[in-house]
Design a protein around this ligand. Structure first.
Ligand SMILES: Cc1cc2nc3c(=O)[nH]c(=O)nc-3n(C[C@H](O)[C@H](O)[C@H](O)COP(=O)(O)OP(=O)(O)OC[C@H]3O[C@@H](n4cnc5c(N)ncnc54)[C@H](O)[C@@H]3O)c2cc1C
Length: 486
């Protein structure tokens, strides 16, 4: 067969366990294509766009080593691919199924256009361990709560561990096809790029090695609640999983091979169980977005659309810039600016502060995270923000409001995390670090801290802010409660 197969890549930048690529390589000559479609790709100024570019560079080199060119094009996904397929007389187009709303739309449009051009296509399983369309409650409705979803997926996985495909042994490329250059795209990625490169090495090869190292040295100590200490303990796999540099099926298989993680009858170390459950939160978030496509920016509980969030641009900016006056919040937000990533527990604390202490809508927070996180993920981001805000299907109640000082003592008990990200507070003794405003001015100054000058005064008093949030909530709830529809 001489006609080539186009493999449309999207968030699956790897050779290992890439079903579309694997099967295409088995069947004929392969043209791997990535289409930069602004309607679904990360915005060019975002941190995750930087990751995307690095990932494409890395994949392009890996493919080039095998004599295959990665073709890059800009434009409308379905139009570009269908036109390319028609113009070169492609035998077929293969891709791994899209899950997010924009991706599903792209898939639908591509199917339609390919049919118009009479080009056959094949769609393979997505970057998740379960097939979302088939995981349903007994009433044949999508799960809305994590625990029953988790139990159901677990039993499916126990019956049949997902198949993991190796990297194709041999990939036959196809002639010369015009392509954009990744370097020209890279010049668009201006946000923080220099800084991000200090912390991250995107690409399958590095990320796979990183995962292996974590699996062999740290996963047993995993604790999703950690901050500084567990920055080392946490996997930092989120970027690689989001962009599909590592297949989640490969991760699951490794956990099964090393720890028999699916076998309920054997003693699995607690760290492994927790890690597995966190991976399943990723799965659950994507599952929810698959079934409820507006979750990334609309409250799952529609009543919340009328909640009176404050329009407070100055407070929002202070939060974004890490100038709230609460060291734990500022450390998290400065880490985000610098590194494009924050540990899970700190994400929860800074998110709660925005939504409850500042009473600013979770959508504002989600938007800032989308711009700044290297792992920005429509599903995990939207679902997590809704979880913390109380607006989701599965969530903590709005009236559970984290005290930033208590959280700081609890999750940064050594103060190392705050000291790392707020150097101007680094000399403060631990007893003053979590709430510097409680110390006399002259004591602070003896440690080089000048509140309101080199470190900000608090923008809100937590106790007042907490009461304001509770009052707003009670006031907003009133009519619904009175009419008995609560
Ligand atoms: C407000 C808020 C926003 C978030 N936004 C994102 C986002 O845009 N992208 C993103 O990938 N994660 C997001 N998370 C989830 C979580 O914080 C990150 O996945 C995690 O911190 C990434 O670091 P890690 O890879 O070291 O995670 P680990 O703690 O090592 O966990 C392993 C993997 O499990 C998955 N995971 C862990 N916790 C969660 C969770 N709560 N929800 C979904 N998946 C999870 C991730 O894929 C992660 O890589 C958000 C959490 C909060 C509270």
């Amino acid at each position: 067969m001489s006609k080539p197969i186009i493999v449309a890549l999207r968030r699956d930048f790897r050779l290992d366990d890439n079903p579309a690529l694997y099967h295409a390589a088995e069947e004929g000559q392969v043209i791997p294509v990535y289409v930069l479609d602004e309607s679904a790709a990360p915005p060019v100024q975002s941190a995750s766009f930087w990751w995307l570019i690095q990932s494409l560079k890395s994949l392009s080199l890996r493919l080039a080593d095998r004599g295959v060119s990665l073709i890059l094009r800009r434009g409308q996904y379905a139009v570009v691919l269908a036109n390319l397929a028609a113009s070169i007389g492609a035998y077929s187009v293969f891709w791994n199924e899209g899950i997010f709303p924009g991706e599903k739309k792209q898939d639908e449009q591509l199917r339609h256009r390919l049919s118009q051009h009479s080009v056959p296509f094949r769609v393979f399983p997505a970057n998740y361990s379960s097939v979302f369309g088939t995981v349903m409650t007994q009433q044949n409705t999508p799960y809305r709560l994590y625990s029953p979803f988790f139990q159901q997926v677990l039993s499916i996985l126990r019956e049949q561990t997902p198949r993991v495909l190796p990297a194709p042994g041999d990939i036959k490329g196809f002639g010369v096809i015009p392509s954009d250059s990744v370097r020209s795209w890279e010049s668009d990625a201006s946000l923080n790029s220099g800084k991000l490169a200090l912390y991250w090495q995107p690409g399958e090869e590095h990320q796979r090695a990183h995962w292996q190292h974590f699996l062999e040295t740290s996963v047993e100590q995993y604790d999703s609640r950690g901050t500084y200490d567990n920055e080392r303990g946490s996997s930092k796999l989120s970027g690689a999983l989001h962009f599909g540099e590592i297949s989640i099926r490969r991760v699951m298989k490794d956990l099964v091979d090393h720890y028999d993680v699916l076998n309920g009858t054997r003693q699995v170390p607690p760290g492994i169980q927790t890690f597995f459950k966190q991976l399943m939160w990723r799965e659950f978030s994507a599952y929810l977005l698959y079934h409820f496509p507006s979750l990334a920016d609309t409250p799952a509980d529609r009543d919340w659309i009328s909640f009176p969030w404050r329009h407070a641009p100055k407070s929002l900016k202070s939060w974004q810039e890490g100038h709230s006056g609460y060291p734990i919040i500022d450390a998290g937000m400065r880490q985000l600016r610098q590194m494009g990533w924050i540990p899970n527990r700190i994400r929860m604390i800074v998110a709660s502060f925005l939504v409850k202490d500042l009473l600013i809508s979770w959508q504002e927070g989600a938007k800032w995270f989308r711009e700044r996180l290297v792992d920005a993920d429509e599903a995990s981001n939207g679902v997590s923000w809704q979880w913390i805000s109380g607006t989701g299907f599965d969530h903590i109640p709005f009236f559970r409001i984290y005290n930033p000082v208590t959280q700081s003592h609890k999750f940064d008990s050594t103060g190392d995390y705050i000291r790392m990200w707020i150097p101007e507070l680094a000399k403060l003794p631990l007893s003053l670090l979590h709430a510097p405003w409680q110390a006399p001015r002259d004591v602070l100054e003896s440690f080089g801290v000048h509140l309101g000058d080199n470190y900000p005064l608090r923008i809100v008093h937590h106790e007042h802010a907490r009461q304001r949030a509770l009052n707003s909530y009670a006031e907003w709830k009133k009519p619904a409660t009175e009419s008995g529809s609560d």
